[in-house]
Design a protein around this ligand. Structure first.
Ligand code: GAR
Length: 193
C-alpha cells in the first residue's frame, strides 16, 4: 500500500518510450480533485517519443535519458526522481527493463501497465500471440514491478473480447482504450479510493 499524506497529492513520474496515450490519460486523471497523484516529471528513453508533446501541452517537465549505458542512464533517472521528490513511478509504454537495483530503490512504488491478461503473454507481441493461440479474451493488467519481467503483484485487470476478425492492430486499439480507464482505476485502488 502506498501511504497518502492527507490532502496533498503524491508526486508521480511517468516513464514512456512512444505514443504516450496512457500518459495523457494519467495526466487527465491527475488533474481531478479526487486523484491521489500529481505528475511532476516525465521520463523518456526516446527523444522522438510522440508522448513528449503531452509534457509541453500540460506544462510538465520531461527528461530524455540516453540509454546507451543502462547503469549511467538509471543513475541519471534516480537523480532526477530524488530531485523532484518523486514517490511513485508509473511505467506507461516504457520499453526498457529496469535493473534490480533500480527497482530496489523504489520498492513497491513502481507500477506498470501491460497489454495482456498476466500471467499470460509476458513480454512483447502480446496481441499476435493471443490471436495465434485462439484466445477468446485478452486484456490489460496493472501490476507492481518486481525484478522479474511482467511478474509483480497484480493490482487490476480488464478483459477484452477477441473478435473473429481482430488483427493484432485492431486488438491493440481495443485494449488501449481499456488501458486508459484501468490505470487510473488501479491507482485509486492503491490509495483505497
Ligand atoms: C500500451 O499498450 C502498453 O500497455 C504497452 O505499450 C503501449 C503503450 O502505448 N506496454 C508494454 O507493452 C510494456 N511491456 P502508449 O504509449 O500509447 O501509452
Amino acid at each position: 500500500m502506498v501511504q497518502s499524506t492527507g490532502p496533498k497529492k503524491i508526486k508521480c513520474s511517468v516513464f514512456i518510450s512512444g505514443t504516450g496515450s496512457n500518459l495523457k490519460s494519467l495526466i487527465q486523471f491527475s488533474k481531478k480533485k479526487n486523484s491521489p497523484i500529481s505528475i511532476k516529471l516525465i521520463i523518456s528513453d526516446n527523444a522522438k517519443a510522440k508522448g513528449l508533446k503531452f509534457g509541453k501541452i500540460f506544462k510538465i517537465p520531461n527528461k530524455v535519458i540516453n540509454y546507451k549505458n543502462k547503469s549511467i542512464a538509471e543513475k541519471k533517472i534516480i537523480y532526477e526522481l530524488k530531485n523532484k521528490d518523486i514517490r511513485i513511478i508509473c511505467l506507461a509504454g516504457f520499453m526498457k527493463i529496469l535493473s534490480k537495483s533500480f527497482i530496489k530503490n523504489f520498492k513497491g512504488k513502481i507500477l506498470n501497465i501491460h497489454p495482456s491478461l498476466l500471467p499470460k503473454y509476458k513480454g512483447l507481441n502480446t496481441h499476435q500471440r493471443a490471436i495465434s493461440n485462439n484466445e477468446k479474451y485478452s486484456g490489460c493488467t496493472v501490476h507492481f514491478v518486481n525484478s522479474r519481467l511482467d511478474s509483480g503483484k497484480i493490482i487490476l485487470q480488464k478483459e477484452v473480447k477477441i473478435g473473429k476478425f481482430d488483427t493484432p492492430k485492431s486488438l491493440a486499439k481495443k485494449i488501449l482504450l481499456q488501458e486508459h480507464k484501468l490505470y487510473p482505476k488501479a491507482i485509486k485502488k492503491l490509495f483505497n479510493l
